[in-house]
Design a protein around this ligand. Sequence first.
Ligand code: SAM
Length: 462
Amino acid sequence: MENEKLKRGEEIELVISDLAFGGQGISKVNDLIFFVKDAIPGQKVLTKVSRIKKKYVEVYKIKTIKQSVDEIDPRCEHFKYCGGCTLQQLDYEKQIYYKQQQVHDILAKIGGIKNPKINTILPCDKTFYYRNKMEYTFSGNPWYVDNETYDDVIIGLHVPKRFDKILSINECHINDPIFNDLNTAIKTCANKFNLVPYDVRKHVGFLRFLVLRIGVHTNEVMVNFVTAGYKPKLIAPLVELILENFPNVKSIVNTINADKNNTATGNTKLIHGESYINEKIGDYIFKVSANSFFQTNSYQVKTLYDYIIKTAKFKKSDIVYDLYCGTGTIGIYISSYVKKVYGIEIIEDAIKDAKFNAEVNDVENTSFYASDIKDFFNEKNNIADKPNTVIIDPPRPGLHGDVVQDIISLSPGKIIYVSCNPSTQARDVKIFMENDYKISDIQPIDMFPHTPHIECIITLKK
Ligand SMILES: C[S@@+](CC[C@H](N)C(=O)[O-])C[C@H]1O[C@@H](n2cnc3c(N)ncnc32)[C@H](O)[C@@H]1O
């Protein structure tokens, strides 16, 4: 088939043969590759062409003509519209099979690694109700589904590619169950008291986001109301409702974001209890504040951190740099195996939490610094101790080019690269390999069942 002959809007039948990183089905007709939204391997589907590029064609599924043998009924009533757990219609065993394949293909294509040897992906025991954080949006602008009617205030998630339309969520099957109860109760109360949701087009209104967090091993819950202004009287009925009905809520905070940016960040004020909750990983306890990063699957994070210890084979004399350290969780978790850990992270509050966490856990061999890693190694007040091991756990865009060069200049014997984006990880690993490092271990871990996301630890040695 030639793509010149295809037209936008044309209907075409396809058999799905593979799953791309990101969750789209792949169909190959002669040399032409089709990316099919919402389709899984083994399905025969009727599709409509939406975009024609030189090397591939994007289509969307109109209907399934023949089911896949690996297809299962999605649990979630919102599956068709939500876009969060796009793999829910695929048997879990197959989900992780394809994630493993994707790591292989990405390392080969982007990393230029011939036949990468990859350990079998570590699956997640708990495949539902595992998320410890959810960021819902308050809205008066629902995505209309069938003949449903909506209250003035809905709470839900963005419909894919729509910044202004919110899908009202009754029950999410990957977040902690208490979030569903809080969501329903808060929605009812917000409507009863005629609270006004924020309108992202007109930039008027009050309630913006509802951010919920739980320490699943401590059962402590945080509710963060993100509002366009500081008006404690307006949220008082919501606070009262929570205090009367949800004894596990140990922290209620109010983040004020009066800016036009559509984010759940800003100046955070304490409304009730503490400004943080606690979570446990193994024997350690960690403070989680409203604006700090914390791994979103508390059930699987121990597997991730234990694997770092396994692959690192630490010695008591080791000096370790924990780059992108967040609240110091990795550094503190590995601290008893090494001589000293230095953690670096851009968010000052996270570094305050990291120092606090080291203290509460009686860990004395860690030091934490607040800095953009890109600037840290240029500054004069640099760390005198040079590392044997550097652990990196950057956000999805991966490492800044300067940071890769800084790490190469530090010349550690081992680099342990933890990533939630195998594409940028493969790009960065390629540069390390061009600078005398060799891959000694590749371990994918499923932290996010039913979503297309993949976590992977790559160990490099000199
Ligand atoms: C994937 S998280 C890892 C956190 C931590 N290692 C953990 O396991 O909880 C990435 C962290 O990098 C931080 N970060 C993002 N950009 C940064 C930068 N330029 N310099 C330093 N830290 C950065 C984020 O604030 C976040 O805490």
